[in-house]
Structure formats: C-alpha cells, structure tokens
Design a protein around this ligand. Structure first.
Ligand SMILES: *Cc1c(COP(=O)(O)O)cnc(C)c1O
Length: 380
C-alpha cells in the first residue's frame, strides 16, 4: 500500500466536513448566538428548501427516520392487527415501527436485481386485513413505484415510502414524468443520520406528503398532538429536528446533487473494474430509477465471503454485510405470532452480498487499491 494513501473508511464524514467547515462552523455559531435551539429559523429555512427539492406539497421535519415512519403510520390511523406489507430485506427500522404500533408486518420478497420489494410478492400477500405497503428504496435505488402505486390503487392501500437511503433518487414513470423518491406514495419518510446521503451531525428525519390534511395531522403528532400549545387533540410523540442540525442540513442540501455525482463516479469506477467478472454481480440500475449509491453492494458467486472480508480487512479495506439477518429471521418478531414465510431470494441474497466503501470523498487511488485487492482475492 502506498503509505501516502488516505485511510479507507466505509463512510468518511470527516473529510466531507472539512470541505464545508467554514460555512458549517459559522452556521452553528449563529444558532448558538440566536439561542433558538429548537424550531429556530434554520429549521423553517431547511424545511422550505427540502420541500422545494423534493417537489413535495408538504414537508415535516422530525427527530429521525424511524420516527418519520412511525408518525406516518400513526397518522394513517392503522389499527392493531392491520397488515402492513414490507420487505424482509431492509434495515430493521422499517419493520420495527410496524411491530411497535402493534400492526402486523407481512414480509415479502425483493427483486434480486434491485434489492427492492417485488410487486408480484406484494400482490400475493394481500388479504382483507392489508392496509398499507412500505416499499424501501434500498441502497439508493428506487422500488418499482409505478407498479406498487397501481396495486395500492386497486386494493385501496396506503403507500409509505422508506426513502432513508435514497434521498436525491429520481423515479421516471412510463409516461416520461419524473418524481423524487419519497414524494410518490401517500407518505414518504427519510433520515438524516450522519452516514445517510444527506447526513446531519446528529439525528434528524423528515416526512413528505401531497395530502394537506395528512400533513397537518403528522405535524401535530410530531408535536404531542397539539396545534395550539397545551391543547392536545390526539396522542402524539415528541419528535423534532433541532436548529443546529437544520443549519448543517441547509448547507449540505445545496451540495446534495454534487454528493450524489461523487457517489455515482465511485460506483462507475467499481463497475468498470468488476465488469465481466462472473463471480461478481455489480449493482443493477433499472430504467425507471437513478441510483444514488447509499451503498455499493455486490453479489458474490462461488466466493468465500468471510475469507474475502478478512483478506480485505488485512489490507485495511473495510467491508460490511447489509444486513446479516433479514427481518423474518429476527428474534424481535418471535412473539408476534407471524405465519412462517418462505423468502428464498431474501435468504439467498443475505448470504452473498457484500458492501464496499462508498462515500463522497473516495479518490482514484483508494478505488484502484480496493478493486485490485478484491480482484486479487476473487481471481485466485
Ligand atoms: C437509516 C434507516 C432508517 C432509520 O433512520 P434513523 O434516522 O436511523 O432512525 C429507516 N429505514 C432505512 C431503510 C434506513 O436505512
């Protein structure tokens, strides 16, 4: 290894910060001076800017992405026992909130090419108790929203998009029109966790909808069920984006499209290096979606994944398995009396995926070093 090479990290938030340090430091000091730590001007400014970016009618900021999903489900008046169709192959937050609200998670398959919810599997899972579908735009690639919205319309279901990994992703409909993921379904939820594509320096989240009444209700739920202070009309929660995080996000939102480009450039480098290797399937990009590469995730064929990961670690190259245990196999749900499901594709993917370092600050030297080492191992 060239000893001048910058250390490789899965996510490099520090290097990214250093490039916007003066703007960020100034904005944070402005918040300190204003003493408006909660719901200050940066929160209003960021909410408006994000709303414009999303092309959504209403945007509500909140404490984190998990709360965003929870507030959306609370506002839709789902009742205990109602069935919510969700992929098993996702981060746990998606399905955990379903269970938290005493709803029934119904785990379905994903498409092995996109890692996103499979519409055929959704259709097969619908019962008279089904109330909602939660497509997840996993790794930064859109779920097949046109088909999902059509199924939802046919059966009168809500669609809650989990956009935590895909902010900035564009969806193209068959008629050529485009929308940002997160602004297509009944509600969209997103996260500003530091490692997300639009990451704060702490927690944060947001909810999008085009339905004014629903927006109003979600805003109340996020604020103890009140519209007028101390008059609580419904049970809600306390979920706020604070002013400092909003001030940071205001700066970073302006960079988001450049950040996405940087991720796409890194992905292209990886794709070119791995092209034609029969032991590696690189991420697929469907005609209806852009890819914002929250993760760069490979599928390995006839490769000892643990040995590859250990080999890379020895070369100071981190790698991760997102996610080692799919939802339908998590102990968390064992008390929920869920019917056994046979999710062959989900299990198959879980055993063969590996994610390589992916962030906005990767340089050619790092990318060459990573791809050379992956290929060294795979081809031997
Ligand atoms: C990160 C994430 C969430 C939760 O966001 P938090 O801000 O960490 O609560 C939900 N769903 C998916 C798919 C995520 O990746």
């Amino acid at each position: 290894m060239n000893c001048n090479m910058r250390p490789i990290q899965m996510v490099d938030t520090k290097s990214q910060y250093l490039k916007i340090k003066s703007a960020v430091d100034t904005a944070i000091h402005e918040v300190l001076d204003s003493a408006a730590y909660i719901n200050g001007k940066p929160v209003q400014d960021f909410t408006a800017a994000l709303n414009t970016y999303q092309g959504s009618a209403h945007t509500i900021t909140c404490g984190n992405g998990t709360d965003a999903l929870q507030i959306a489900m609370m506002a839709l008046d789902l009742q205990p026992g109602d069935e919510v169709i969700t992929p098993s192959y996702t981060y746990i937050a998606t399905t955990e909130v379903v269970a938290l609200l005493k709803l029934k998670p119904v785990f379905v398959e994903v498409d092995p090419k996109t890692f996103c919810i499979d519409p055929v599997s959704v259709r097969n899972a619908i019962t008279p108790k089904t109330k909602a579908i939660v497509p997840v735009h996993l790794y930064g690639h859109a779920a097949p929203m046109e088909e999902i919205m059509q199924i939802a319309a046919e059966f009168g279901l809500y669609v809650i998009e989990d956009n935590a990994q895909a902010i900035g992703c564009d969806y193209t409909f068959l008629d050529g029109s485009k929308k940002k993921t997160g602004s297509i379904g009944t509600v969209g939820a997103t996260s500003f966790y530091p490692s997300k594509n639009l990451g704060a320096y702490g927690d944060g989240g947001a909810i999008f909808t085009n339905d004014a009444a629903l927006a109003q209700k979600m805003k109340m739920i996020a604020n103890h069920g009140q519209q007028t202070r101390y008059y609580h009309e419904m049970v809600g929660c306390n979920s706020r984006l604070d002013s400092m995080q909003a001030a940071v996000l205001n700066i970073k939102l302006k960079q988001l499209d450049d950040y996405t480009n940087a991720r796409q450039n890194a992905a292209n480098f990886y794709n070119n290096a791995f092209a034609g290797n029969e032991k590696i399937t690189v991420p697929y990009v469907a005609p209806y979606s852009t890819h914002v590469y929250h993760q760069y995730t490979l599928q390995l064929h006839n490769v000892n994944r643990d040995a590859l990961s250990a080999y890379l670690a020895e070369k100071k190259i981190p790698s991760m398995i997102y996610y080692p245990v799919p939802g339908h196999r998590q102990k968390m749900f064992s008390g929920f009396d869920l019917p056994p499901v046979d999710l062959t594709i989900t299990d198959w993917l879980t055993e063969r995926v590996i994610s390589l370092p992916m962030h906005t600050e990767m340089d050619q030297e790092q990318l060459s070093y990573i791809t050379e080492n992956v290929l060294n191992f795979i081809n031997n």
